[in-house]
Design a protein around this ligand. Structure first.
Ligand code: ADP
Length: 252
């Protein structure tokens, strides 16, 4: 039996196929149709695996309601928990920052979800905040971490994405270096998300997932704000898809 997990996010659609020891993964932009993105992911995974019969599919992510080709749709909370427990079994706190939301999930010793908080109302503390601010700086979001100057961190007072954008334009006009502004932006996201973590209580083993975990500057700022190391795996953006694939595998 082949297990497939699809995580159709607001910006990026991720898929993982598990076939015994073989594992394939694919990521594409979600685009305007989550249903189409799901179909494309499955086609691409099938092609990589050289065809696939007897497939179980679990879908998650914001687009899960639009995709009808799965055996089961499961919440992102459950899928992230399942994925993280497989990758980092000691984890008791998951911080997930995606394109348009951020969440914190607490797990018990058995890896079961005991509580969570989610911010999906405001772009502050999400990938969207970083994309808008990177755009104001004229750089690519993927290059933010490499361009930050932590030795001269600028103070960014606006948490709100719209105000932060104007604040950046003002800082640039007054001669503040881009690297300093970027370090300040990373701090701003770190503070915002750390406050969410504190609402549930800071655990011992913190895993950072979602596409924004690829930004080492945010990992550093978050870890400093929490006073604990923050673990990031190569699978950070694929954690939900991996969890979905493992749940599909459990279906036997
Ligand atoms: P969603 O599931 O909501 O689509 P993801 O967890 O896939 O979100 O994360 C998407 C976010 O990750 C985007 O805001 C994007 O800017 C950010 N991201 C993706 N790759 C990188 C990277 N290499 N460096 C920094 N940020 C990244």
């Amino acid at each position: 039996m082949i297990a497939v997990g699809l995580d159709i996010g607001s910006l990026a659609a991720k898929g993982i196929l598990l076939d015994g020891e073989r594992q394939f993964r694919v990521i594409i932009p979600t685009g305007w149709s989550p249903r189409k993105a799901g179909e494309q992911l499955l086609d691409s995974l099938r092609e990589q695996a050289g065809g696939a019969e007897d497939i179980r599919i679990v879908v998650t992510g914001y687009g899960r309601v639009s995709y009808q080709g799965a055996d089961q749709a499961v919440t992102e909370i459950s899928c992230h928990a399942r994925g993280v427990v497989a990758l980092l079994p000691k984890t008791d706190t998951i911080v997930d920052i995606g394109g348009q939301d951020s969440k914190v999930i607490r797990l018990n010793d058995a890896g079961k979800v005991i509580d969570f908080v989610m911010n999906d109302k405001c772009a502050a503390g999400t990938g969207r905040f970083l994309e808008v601010t990177a755009n104001a700086l004229g750089i690519d979001v993927d290059d933010m971490a490499a361009s930050e100057d932590v030795s001269q961190e600028a103070a960014i007072s606006s948490m709100c994405t719209v105000f932060a954008e104007s604040e950046i334009i003002g800082l640039l006009a007054s001669g503040v270096a881009k690297g300093s502004i970027i370090a300040g932006l990373h701090r701003s996201v770190g503070k915002r998300v750390a406050a969410m973590v504190r609402r549930l209580g800071v655990g011992e083993y913190i895993a950072f997932t979602g596409g924004v975990a690829l930004n080492r500057g945010i990992c550093r700022a978050l870890s400093e704000e929490l006073g604990r190391p923050v673990q990031v795996t190569d699978f950070c953006q694929f954690t939900g898809a991996l969890g979905a694939a493992l749940l599909a595998k459990d279906m036997g």
